[in-house]
Design a binder for this molecule. Structure first.
Ligand SMILES: Cc1cc2nc3c(=O)[nH]c(=O)nc-3n(C[C@H](O)[C@H](O)[C@H](O)COP(=O)(O)OP(=O)(O)OC[C@H]3O[C@@H](n4cnc5c(N)ncnc54)[C@H](O)[C@@H]3O)c2cc1C
Length: 315
């Protein structure tokens, strides 16, 4: 079998880097191939390059590399990890802002109210530590996998996404951003800049549960995120979202209405009505990880257990 050798030369011009690859089959002439790699520090530069060169946006690359099936990427590439405005968690104008390039480890290290506990629980189970220090919240949303663990949590937090391009920025509720399995409303000239959570959604307790075939490095068979507020001994608001059981994670409005007004210490009396309601709202598929029937049943059980343990905590 012919082996391949390769030399590499980099030409740097500010944040633009041209990579020249010299490759050959042993005994043949070298061929020169080039690839442009952009790593801007300013959002305006990133958006300008996105508009003109249509590069592949890369953050932690934990989704990109496994899907390329190749040791190298063709380019042009836009690495967004040097954009400071895309990293970190802050508060402004009644919203909590998560920069799109905030890593799962950043989320775990942040001091956040109990309503975000579900997001932290999801972060702790995304891949392993190596994935959590590189993988980003924005990358998880843009990949738009039906099994993306952050999605049910962010839906239960009423999150909106901020998309920017050279012509301006726009905001969309997360449910409108995710249009199908691995499909989003992101235009080719747009960057996901931030995820915003309204302060009113920061109230209450929350929990996340994920079912997989093993404990670590698992793609979810089903996952549930739930948030409850309790006032005067009654559930005042509820947000429940189930993932990996429909093309896009769902909020369960009917279940939420059923829960509101109930006493957390009497929640078991609702199980017979609630669990079929959860199962009926799902549209799971059969795949290598589980059958649709198993998913439907397991998701209802997982959701009810998650709600039950929040009710015990709140009682
Ligand atoms: C071993 C392993 C285990 C994993 N386990 C889990 C798990 O348990 N749960 C889970 O949900 N995921 C898991 N993942 C998937 C992945 O780690 C996460 O989805 C992660 O959050 C992706 O972030 P990233 O920054 O690496 O994305 P990248 O790979 O850099 O990008 C993903 C996609 O989003 C686009 N993109 C990224 N950022 C932006 C932006 N700001 N604007 C526009 N487009 C953008 C990229 O072009 C690309 O198409 C796992 C992956 C691996 C390799």
């Amino acid at each position: 079998m012919a082996s391949r050798s390769c030399l590499c030369q980099l030409t740097l011009s500010g944040p633009r880097c041209t990579v020249y690859w010299y490759t050959n089959e042993i005994g043949n002439e070298f061929n020169r191939e080039t690839m442009t790699y952009l790593r801007p520090h300013l959002l305006e530069d990133a958006l300008q390059w996105l508009a003109t060169e249509r590069p592949l946006v890369m953050a932690g690359c934990t989704d990109i590399y496994p899907t390329t099936q190749s040791p190298s990427l063709a380019g042009p590439l836009l690495d967004i990890t040097a954009l400071e405005s895309l990293r970190g968690i802050s508060l402004a104008d009644g919203w909590r802002r998560f920069g799109a390039a905030t890593t799962w480890d950043d989320v775990l290290q942040a001091d956040l109210p109990p309503a975000f506990r579900m997001l932290k629980q999801a972060a702790r189970e995304i891949g392993a530590v190596q994935i959590q220090v590189s993988g980003t919240i924005g990358g998880n949303l843009c990949t738009a996998s039906p099994a993306a663990d952050s999605v049910p949590c962010l839906m239960a937090l009423d999150a909106e996404v901020e998309l920017a391009s050279v012509s301006g920025s726009r905001r969309l509720p997360l449910a409108k951003f995710l249009t199908g399995p691995r499909q989003t409303a992101l235009r080719p000239d747009e960057l996901l800049v931030a995820i915003h959570v309204p302060r009113h959604a920061e109230a209450g307790l929350s929990g996340f549960a994920k079912l997989g075939a093993r404990r670590y490095l698992v793609i979810s068979i089903a996952m549930v995120a739930a948030r409850l507020t309790v006032e005067d001994g009654r559930i005042a608001s509820a947000a429940v979202s189930v993932g990996a059981c429909a093309p896009v994670a769902l909020r369960h409005d009917r279940l939420e209405s059923l829960l509101v007004g109930s006493r957390p210490d009497r929640i078991e009396s609702l199980a017979a009505e609630a669990m079929p309601m959860i199962a009926a709202a799902l549209a799971p598929i059969d795949d290598v990880r589980a059958s649709a029937g198993y998913r439907r049943m397991a998701a209802a059980e997982l959701a009810w257990r998650t709600i039950g343990s929040l009710c015990v905590e709140a009682s």
